[in-house]
Design a protein around this ligand. Structure first.
Ligand code: NI
Length: 196
């Protein structure tokens, strides 16, 4: 595998291991159902969208949401995921208004609302891009158990390793499961319709 692919697999593995540990702990401690334990992904946050509007966990309520964490300088994984989300929205057509699609930066240093707005102009206009100060971004990353790490590159630049999972949240703002975008947009759309 390429180093990039290896990093993606590692980030995914780290997330899954974390999730598995969390689930076992929850089951051991309270004998709770898996659903209740999984629902613990997510939580309060306050960020700003690409139009300068505040977006909090309350904005997730009322319709199902897909949430993806990434950064605008990402060479491949993020633009691919955002392209797939755009195709999904296009496939849903008007029903695309019945879901929310959210891109949250893990690179608040570079991804200002203006940068996010410019970047997202290449994708479906219904995508919301969220950023904030580093502390606000750290809060949302922790709530969603997102792994992200700055990796220096040549010339004093840097890239970000990050969890590349699409979170499906139901219309009550509760985490359901990771959402698979690697399929035909029509199939993904049919899956999402179950959560309207
Ligand atoms: Ni990325």
């Amino acid at each position: 595998m390429s180093p990039k692919a290896t990093r993606i697999v590692l980030a995914l593995a780290a997330f899954l291991v974390g999730l598995a540990l969390f689930l076992s702990a929850a089951l051991l401690l309270g004998g709770r159902s898996g659903n209740q334990a999984v629902a613990a992904i997510g939580g309060p946050f306050s960020l700003t969208d690409q139009d300068g509007r505040t977006f909090t966990q309350d904005n997730l309520k009322g319709k199902p949401h897909l949430i993806f964490f990434g950064f605008t300088h990402c060479p491949d994984v993020c633009p691919t995921a955002l392209f797939e989300m755009s195709e999904l929205l296009r496939s849903l057509d008007k029903d695309g208004d019945r879901i929310g699609a959210v891109f949250i930066t893990v690179d608040p240093e570079r991804d200002t609302p203006t940068v996010m707005k410019d970047y997202l102009s290449s994708f479906d206009p219904r995508l919301r891009g969220l950023t904030g100060d580093p502390a606000a971004v750290a809060t949302v990353e922790k709530a969603y158990r997102v792994y992200s790490k700055k990796v220096p590159t040549q010339g004093g630049d840097y890239t970000m390793d990050h969890t590349a999972i699409v979170y499906l949240m139901d219309k009550n703002g509760q985490f359901v499961r990771p959402f698979d975008l690697k399929r035909k947009p029509e199939e993904a759309a049919a899956d999402l319709r179950k959560y309207f």
